[in-house]
Design a protein around this ligand. Structure first.
Ligand code: GCB
Length: 612
């Protein structure tokens, strides 16, 4: 195996490449999904695989090797708690044969859609790059031989101790009471820290000149589309942009890597609307790279004609008030953990539509690219969230990493009409003075990189009176658990508390306000009349009381949207407030409705029937 290390490998980090894989006349891809060899380092090993150069070895020969499916989290796939609760390095390896019919001058990239949390990638024993942060794609250009089987090795670590951005704080416990080397990890969030290669892996082929990035800015007023592309284009290459209408007919053509395409007077512009407000026509920008009249690269990027704006009271889509009826969610399911699964994704969308929802927040990290595309197609409005939960430490190191993830997220999702807002953080401790500059810089980055969308933060531990950042955002999101974490059991307090609290935010900041989390845990099938905490009735009673407040706030133009926490039950770390996970779902973890789902469905449907 070591001879593989002698093959030429070229590692080149293509940062900010937001393009999803596509197969067409000028590019192709192979999926590397399937069973990969898997070796877990011992819990306290601190990187023995690097010391022993496992990346140069054939991991299949290791006695403790097994296989793991990609994509998926590894945590729930054995009966061994050491695998489930592993902290530290695990190693994945696969073999790939590049077909001889791939042209010699083709460019080859290795693309990972999400590896959580930190990944180092080796091809034929040589390091080609690393990525930190999880939940976002990254790719490297590689040179792979057709004569040898290529070995691809990924070392994955589910933590990064130098940062307090997920996945949390360590505490070493010493003394006779504890086994040697014992430590605990306390994440600053409750969702289970699923790890591994969570989304698909691809080998992507392009011609020698290729498109790296496409930015599209549709303009409804003058019926035009501004675009810019960048890539590795030969000096004699010509780049063109063409708009195709929703039926796939070309309607404009423009030469250049950037420009503005004007649609003809005769073309009747079809607007993209959220579900329930209208249709979801998707236009395409086709970028073509030509050399001597021959196509050398081609990419079709979909987009929609729609605007997002806001007043001090409302979020407007195409100038019309949009009231969000939605969900906080998780990409979480039995067995797969946070691993991408089209079956779960489609069931999620179908259940969301069954309840007449029209939006969700990608709490608390960017969801899969496939999900964003499906949201475009169905007209589900999305608040896309940076992976930064419960931030407490506002230093430059965290800010740098946070800023990088924010920009990667925007680069990936900026052309989706369904994405209407960027959320910079969930529940930061923004009563701390130093958080202001920290967030001001990040909000400025988001505005600069994408001036077309509002920026929000989701407030939890802070209130209207002590938060030092809320005046910096365009739209304010607030999580509130009246009747659960606050005044548990006193349902009669909920209405007044929610009305008072949100009215104060509104008075002070004069921004549209979305209540992004409220809810109660309920164990499916646990019935108690009169209701008590954790019963299905209590969840319903809490929702009913909260909805009374919402109706008052809506009438007073205080509320721009509501999102239940949570769409479905999800797995968490072990803790005294969690019985095999968080049960605030209106659906069970297997996506079956609890009583709460019917209440929500009734409410959301009544909005739709009354034209919102
Ligand atoms: C929150 C968090 C969310 C938790 C939820 C809960 O405020 O934003 O991640 O899951 O509360 O159920 O405690």
């Amino acid at each position: 195996m070591s001879r593989l290390g002698h093959l030429l490998v070229l590692g080149l980090f293509v940062l900010g490449d937001g393009l999803f894989v596509q197969r067409n006349a000028a590019r192709d891809f192979h999926s590397l999904d399937g069973l990969w060899t898997f070796v877990r380092e011992p819990r306290n090993s601190n990187g023995i695989g690097f010391a022993e150069k496992w990346y140069e070895r054939d991991l299949r020969q290791f006695k403790n090797a097994t296989v793991m499916p990609v994509p998926s989290a590894y945590n729930d796939l054995t009966a061994d708690s050491r695998v489930r609760d592993h902290v530290g390095w695990v190693w994945y390896q696969t073999q790939y044969s590049k077909p001889v019919f791939v042209p010699k001058n083709a460019r080859t990239f290795l693309r990972f859609s999400s590896v959580n949390y930190y990944a180092e990638v080796f091809v034929n024993g040589m390091l080609i790059g690393s990525h930190v942060g999880g939940h976002l794609p990254f790719e490297f250009e590689v040179k792979m031989s057709c004569e040898h089987v290529n070995s691809i090795t990924v070392a994955v670590n589910n933590t990064l101790s130098h940062s307090t951005i997920p996945p949390g704080e360590f505490q070493y416990k010493t003394g006779e009471m504890y086994p040697k080397g014992f430590f605990t990890q306390t994440p600053g969030f409750d969702f289970f820290n699923y790890a591994g290669i969570l989304r698909s892996v691809y080998v992507v082929f392009t011609g020698p000149s290729f498109i790296k990035e496409i930015k599209i800015q549709p303009n409804m007023e003058n019926k035009s589309v501004s675009y810019s592309t960048n890539g590795d284009f030969c000096p004699s290459c010509m780049v063109t942009g063409t708009v195709l209408d929703p039926s796939g007919r070309p309607i404009t053509l423009q030469a250049g890597t950037f420009g503005t395409l004007h649609l003809s007077e005769a073309h009747k512009l079809q607007l993209w609307w959220p579900r329930g407000y209208g249709d979801q026509p998707l236009y395409t920008l086709r970028v073509t790279v030509l050399k001597d009249g021959q196509v050398v690269d081609l990419y079709d990027e979909q987009f929609g004609f729609r605007t997002v704006s806001w007043t001090s009271d409302h979020l407007l889509i195409n100038g019309k008030r949009f009231y969000c009826l939605g969900f906080g969610m998780h990409e979480d399911s039995e067995l797969h953990g946070r691993g991408y699964d089209p079956v779960v994704m489609i069931k999620d969308f179908n259940m969301l539509e069954w309840m007449a929802g029209n939006c969700y927040r990608t709490s608390h990290y960017p969801y899969s690219e496939e999900r964003a595309r499906e949201a475009d197609r169905r007209g589900i409005v999305v608040i896309t969230e940076t992976p930064a939960v419960g931030m407490k430490v506002f230093n430059s190191q965290n800010q740098k990493l946070h800023g990088q993830m924010l920009q990667e997220m925007i680069a990936r999702d900026r052309n989706h009409p369904s994405t209407v807002m960027w959320s910079i953080s969930n529940e930061p401790w923004t009563d701390k003075k130093e958080s202001r500059q920290y967030y001001k810089d990040l909000i400025d980055i988001a505005h600069l990189v994408d001036p077309s969308r509002p920026v929000t933060m989701v407030y939890g531990p802070t209130g209207y009176s002590n938060d030092v950042t809320a005046d910096l955002v365009d739209i304010i999101c607030v999580n509130r658990y009246y009747g659960w974490y606050i005044n548990m059991g006193y349902l009669q307090t909920i209405n007044a508390s929610v009305v008072y609290d949100l009215t104060q935010w509104k008075k002070k900041f004069k921004r549209p306000i979305i209540l992004t989390e409220y809810g109660a845990d309920s164990i499916a099938g646990l019935y108690q009349e009169p209701s008590v905490d954790f019963s299905e009735q209590y969840q319903v009673d809490l929702m009913r009381q909260t909805h009374l407040a919402f109706d008052t706030l809506r009438k007073k133009n205080v509320l721009a949207g509501e999102m239940i926490w949570n769409f479905a039950d999800f797995m968490t770390a072990q803790g005294i407030t969690r019985a095999v996970g968080n049960h605030k779902g209106v659906l069970t973890r297997s996506r079956q409705p609890k009583r709460a789902a019917y209440i929500l469905k009734q409410r959301y449907e009544s909005f739709r029937n009354n034209s919102y």
